[in-house]
Design a protein around this ligand. Structure first.
Ligand code: UD1
Ligand code: MG
Length: 460
């Protein structure tokens, strides 16, 4: 058995479809699963399978599709398909790339985000083992709409598209998943031989199976999993793909040592990283760009985006960490706390009802309940710096730009507009006045008023 890793490989991702059933202003392949565009899931899998070149065939709103892909993977290259004449025609759009002479050609669809890298590796292994064409087949309980894999004496002899199939062929449940691996030296010639002599007048890539057989080439069907080839055509299928993706990733994380009390209520992004021995209580949402360390306790109902939480932190319940948040080791973020673009150093605590935005919070700082960093002046955002060991009394407003020195104290209820030096006490609120016995006077006055009101005759 030769090794597929020694062979060069190009992947063609076909993404020129219109996707009208999404009923959307954006191209179908840009709809997201787990926070990442469908087509970028495919591009990611291509990268994970160590393919040398990822070429995308785009058509509908190609500028949008191309810029979304380039943002994710700068190395992808693009080929426009001017008219949507069928999957074989789409492959020929990338003719100049195919002419570079790759050993293996993989053809994939941009609307099938659940594909796994190991499936591509297996498809390439089929070529390394001597196949000229390998087709990913799967068993469909309901094969309606799929191309049927027609076999004779255990050999794949043709793929018949649903519209072209005979009664007998329509009964076949072994279907074409749409992924194909073709020997690079033979690919162009085979694809160029496809005609559009069928009911749709399209150039079907699937016809290369019959053509290859006519030429005595070696054609195989590789059996895969139905979930993996799920192609998305509407928003119901998009939600199904999301659910399958989430279940898969939760399972992987749990097997890697993350505890989830109610896994079905944890929503992850394509790039969420969570360390082992971390526990997630129910109802968590992880947006893109989140890294959680090991041994972290995340209590119920938290929301994370582009945030880093180091080992052994204690977060939530009901915490919201927005982009640019960094919580250092053993940090504590309690209930109803929102943090944005702020670094919270080791051992610091923000326990209750606070907003910390555009801030640097030093080691062991204690932020009292209800503290707000007033970071926005209506036009610009400003920084709040809080030195190590400082104590911010409850219900304080820190009006940025402002800095609180190391070990300084801010009295509760202060509105701090000037810097507080290290070790100072800053209090900025009305001084307390105490009037002995005054409460009794006020109470008696209120009772007398109530009595007078009750005795007053009703108005006629
Ligand atoms: C295709 C297969 C079918 C298979 C099914 C699996 C063909 C002829 N048929 O059918 O055997 O069972 O997928 O889901 O290949 N595209 C272009 N340019 C075109 C036409 C299509 O880029 O001119 C792209 C589409 O964006 C899509 C993919 O190719 O990503 C497949 O096209 P689609 O029209 O969905 O083919 P199916 O009818 O689903
Ligand atoms: Mg399709």
């Amino acid at each position: 058995m030769s090794n597929s890793q020694n062979r060069s490989c190009i992947a063609l991702v076909l993404a020129a479809g219109e996707g009208t059933r999404m009923k959307s202003g954006i191209p179908k392949v840009l709809h997201k699963v787990a926070g990442l565009e469908m087509v970028n899931h495919v591009v990611k899998v291509v990268g994970d399978a160590q393919v040398d070149l990822c070429a995308v065939v785009s058509g509908n709103q190609s500028e949008l599709v191309e810029s979304a892909i380039i943002n994710f993977n700068k190395e992808a290259v693009f080929f426009p398909q001017l008219k949507r004449l069928g999957t074989a025609n789409a492959v020929l759009a990338a003719q100049s790339a195919l002419e570079q002479g790759f050993d293996d050609v993989l053809v994939l669809f941009g609307d099938a985000p659940l594909l796994r890298p190991q499936t591509l590796v297996q498809m390439r292994q089929c070529l390394a083992d001597g196949a000229d064409v390998a087709v990913l087949g799967f068993h469909a309980d309901d094969p309606y709409g799929y191309g049927r894999l027609v076999e004779k004496d255990g050999k794949l002899i043709a793929i018949r598209e649903h519209k072209e199939a005979s009664e007998e062929e329509l009964a076949i449940q072994f279907c074409n998943g749409g992924i194909m691996a073709i020997n690079g030296a033979k690919c162009l010639e085979l694809v160029k031989s496809v005609s559009n002599n069928n009911s749709k007048g399209e150039y079907y890539l699937t016809d290369v199976v019959e053509i290859a057989n006519e030429r005595g080439l070696n054609v195989v069907a590789h059996k895969g999993d139905e979930q993996e080839i799920l192609g998305i055509n509407n928003r119901v299928e998009l939600a199904e793909a999301e659910q399958i993706w989430q279940e898969r990733r939760r399972r992987e994380l749990m097997l890697d040592g993350v505890s989830m009390v109610a896994p079905q209520t944890v929503f992850l992004s394509y790039d969420t990283i969570i360390g082992s021995e971390t526990t997630l209580e129910p109802c968590q949402v992880f947006g893109p760009g989140v890294q959680i360390g090991s041994g972290v306790k995340i209590r119920a109902y938290c929301h994370f985006e582009q945030s880093i939480v180091d080992n052994d932190c204690d977060i939530g319940p009901y915490a919201r960490l927005r982009p640019g948040t960094e919580i250092s080791q053993s940090g504590k973020v309690g209930n109803f706390v929102e943090i944005k673009n702020a670094k919270i150093e080791t051992g610091a605590k923000v326990n209750h009802l606070s907003y910390i935005g555009d801030a640097e919070v030093g080691e062991r700082v204690n932020i009292g309940a209800g503290t707000i960093t007033c970071n926005y002046d209506g036009v610009n955002k400003h920084l709040t710096q809080i030195g190590a060991g400082a104590f911010i009394g409850s219900n304080s407003a820190l009006v940025a730009p402002v800095s609180i020195g190391e070990n300084a104290y801010v009295g509760s209820g202060s509105v701090v507009t000037k810097n507080a030096p290290a070790d100072s006490l800053v209090v900025s609120r009305a001084r307390q006045t105490t009037m002995e016995g005054r409460a009794v006077v006020l109470k008696n006055r209120a009772l007398a008023f109530k009595k007078a009101k009750a005795q007053k005759p009703p108005e006629s």
